[in-house]
Design a protein around this ligand. Structure first.
Ligand code: CTP
Ligand code: CA
Length: 223
């Protein structure tokens, strides 16, 4: 990888996580990773060093300034991120991290039986919130809030509980703004309660808007 002295670093999480049940089964979600990868491309075009910690997706991206760290579970994603927390200027948490994981991973394939069964789930680590606890002055973090109801209230709660600098509100009620689409409609909210609403755009254009907003906040912090 090409690293220039003082080249700013951005860490981006992307895609879904897979939480194993046994050696052949997992729990996951529909995240395609398109938004996170588009944000990575936007930062690469602005000469950032990009660390992309990615759950399993069908996208391939290469660039001399890009390091892709493929992971499966939320625990693996957190462990990969932690290594870079001290050295980054901007963190963008775009992954759809599973909120829960099975309480235990069976070492052998679970066999079908005559009975119903239920799975005990335990909470996963909240990666964005953990970074919020250790964030140093000069470091900024951006999170997403994918909401179906009480959107602004829920997004603001995430902004404060995860100690984010910006929260990107995604409404799943908006046509063309859900998982797998190439378009997205966002509102960026900052800690001064400033709401910046954008029209429906391609994920590539939305990524440019998010990168530009993140860089603006980052520059303000070092001024
Ligand atoms: N996030 C994370 N680690 C988790 C869960 C979420 O880093 N274990 C990040 C996501 O990448 C996103 C933000 O936190 O940037 C909000 O994720 P979201 O799923 O919308 O919110 P949650 O806090 O998990 O709450 P809920 O799913 O109940 O709305
Ligand atoms: Ca969640």
């Amino acid at each position: 990888m090409n690293t220039t002295i003082n080249q700013p670093t951005v860490l981006i999480t992307a895609g879904p996580t897979r939480e194993a049940i046994d050696p052949v089964r997992f729990i996951s979600n529909h995240s395609s990773g398109k938004m996170g990868y588009a944000i990575a491309s936007a930062f690469l075009s602005k000469s950032f060093r990009v660390i992309l910690v990615s759950g399993p997706v069908n996208i391939s991206l290469t660039h001399p300034n890009l390091t892709v760290i493929p992971v499966n579970s939320a625990d693996e994603m957190y462990a990969a991120c932690q290594k870079y927390f001290p050295s980054l200027q901007i963190a963008v948490f775009a992954a759809a991290v599973a909120d829960y994981k099975p309480a235990q991973i069976l070492s052998q394939k679970m066999k079908k039986s005559a009975h119903e069964f239920s799975l005990q789930m335990v909470k996963n680590v909240d990666i964005a919130a953990e970074f919020g606890k250790v964030k140093m002055p000069g470091q900024v973090s951006i999170g997403f809030a994918l909401e179906t109801n009480d959107e602004e209230q829920n997004a603001l709660k995430k902004l404060y509980t995860k100690n984010l600098d910006l929260v990107v509100l995604n409404s799943v009620q908006d046509e063309g703004a859900t998982f797998g689409h190439d378009t997205n409609k966002i509102t960026i909210i900052n800690r001064d309660f400033l709401f910046q609403a954008f029209p429906l755009k391609s994920k590539v254009e939305v990524a440019e808007d998010i990168a530009a907003a993140a860089i603006k906040v980052s520059r303000k912090q070092v001024e």
